[in-house]
Design a protein around this ligand. Structure first.
Ligand SMILES: Cc1cc2nc3c(=O)[nH]c(=O)nc-3n(C[C@H](O)[C@H](O)[C@H](O)COP(=O)(O)OP(=O)(O)OC[C@H]3O[C@@H](n4cnc5c(N)ncnc54)[C@H](O)[C@@H]3O)c2cc1C
Length: 400
């Protein structure tokens, strides 16, 4: 057995250059580590549309020195609002203004996901200690006594003293340590952006609004200083339950959302239809390390999007793994164990809550009526349900 440190001059390998992988590369490089990022795509790019970033993530992005750049392209909404999808009635809201920012020490930001990736990429490019290698699909990872080896589809191999699998929902690295599979929720999502002046119906431009209804919801918010408008539609597919191949197609989207209020139906014609995202998560697992190999982001804890926390948790992971290496610089295995102990507990709570939140949004019948009444009674200053998620914490605290 080695001393758990591998060849101490070997780099840390990061498999996957999405938001999680690049955030981890940047954080670890700032602590003095050499990093190699192996990304299967030929370019570092994000598809999809907007991303909500809560203060638990923007605090980390601030500490990475990225907030000025985020300010240039992001939008800082004043309110998160919930409305009913069937009747467009206000249910409740959360103020995101001065008091919120003071409370959590960072703002709530909405931005285009590719803008965030570009900012992270630029941060990585500026650091000589990070080597970015696109076009490198990892086929296998091997843990040995003195280090870890990543084997690429093109036959090349890379050696490191640790390896972080940040390769997303369908992670290849995860297969080395778990035989579980993603869970299909039967829900599908459509999303896209339009220039704000072309949007056929939009909410106030300082708000993130979610219209919630039986088996469906619709979200709108501005991006890029308000010039671009983001829309997301989500619904439970009956065709999925019936085992149909082409489930969740755009015809089903039209049918499911035909019962919604005027605002949504007016907004829908410009909703992107060219791509749809079936929505998966996984059951939480309590171990995701194998010697010097660990997981991060969706590879470790993919979650349904209802808390808007998947990328936020990947960014929290990046901070936690950086702090773990700071506290245990000489022993890789020990550092990864600290990281795993803290993050498995925390992210399991977020994964479970994301499912619950979805159930609450999509409920029908008496449950829906009760939910609506309870939301209407809620004090907008009540933070008791989000303090655990957005509040400041020690990144390695073993507490949900
Ligand atoms: C509709 C929707 C809305 C969402 N909204 C929000 C939101 O508002 N806020 C939020 O915080 N989160 C949100 N999320 C979740 C968020 O998008 C993800 O959690 C986040 O992007 C995960 O980042 P990641 O880097 O872990 O994984 P990914 O973004 O999946 O990146 C993985 C990377 O690994 C690469 N890769 C894969 N396999 C290999 C391989 N074998 N070798 C090398 N490279 C490989 C991929 O090409 C990719 O670049 C949403 C998700 C959905 C579906």
């Amino acid at each position: 057995m080695g001393n758990g440190n591998g060849g101490s001059k070997d780099p840390i390998l990061v498999v996957g250059g999405g938001i999680g992988g690049l955030a981890a590369a940047l954080r670890l490089s700032r602590s003095g580590h050499e990093i190699v990022v192996l990304e299967k795509a030929e370019q570092f790019v994000e598809i999809g549309a907007g991303l909500q970033l809560a203060p638990n993530a923007t605090r980390v992005l601030g500490s990475l020195g990225l907030m000025d750049k985020i300010r240039d392209v992001g939008v800082f909404p004043n309110r998160l609002r919930l409305k009913t999808a069937l009747t467009d009635e206000n249910l409740t809201h959360l103020d995101l203004g001065k008091g919120f920012i003071e409370r959590y020490g960072a703002p709530y930001v909405v931005m285009h996901r590719n803008d965030l990736l570009s900012i992270l990429l630029q941060g990585c490019t500026e650091r000589p200690s990070i080597e970015l290698l696109p076009g490198k699909e990892i086929k296998d990872v091997l843990d040995g006594p003195d280090g870890v080896t990543a084997v690429c589809a093109d036959g090349t191999t890379y050696r490191g003293r640790a390896l972080i699998g940040a390769d997303g929902l369908w992670s290849t690295v995860r297969k080395k340590l778990s035989d579980d599979v993603p869970v299909n929720s039967g829900y599908v999502s459509y999303r896209g952006t339009v220039p704000t002046d072309r949007a056929t119906a939009h909410a106030p431009l300082d708000e993130v609004v979610a219209w919630i209804g039986p088996g469906l919801h619709y979200v709108q918010y501005p991006l890029r200083s308000g010039n671009l408008y983001n829309q997301v539609a989500v619904f439970r597919s009956d065709q999925y339950l019936q085992g149909k191949q082409d489930w969740g197609n755009s015809q089903e989207l039209e049918e499911k959302l035909s019962v919604t209020c005027d605002h949504i139906r007016t907004a829908m014609p410009l909703l992107g239809r060219d791509h749809r995202w079936p929505m998966y998560d996984r059951e939480p697992i309590d171990r995701w390390n194998l010697g010097r190999i660990t997981l991060l982001g969706d590879a470790a804890h993919p979650m349904l999007q209802y808390l808007a926390q998947g990328a936020c948790q990947a960014i929290e992971d990046a901070e936690a793994i950086g702090v773990a290496f700071d506290r245990e610089p000489k022993n890789v295995v020990e550092a990864l164990t600290m990281y795993q102990s803290a993050r498995t507990v925390r992210t399991a709570r977020v994964q479970r809550n994301a499912r619950l939140w979805g159930d609450m949004w999509h409920i029908d019948g008496a449950g829906r009526l009760m939910r609506d009444e309870l939301f209407k009674m809620r004090d907008p200053d009540d933070h008791s349900h989000i303090e655990w998620l957005y509040g400041k914490r020690d990144p390695l605290e073993v507490k949900p």
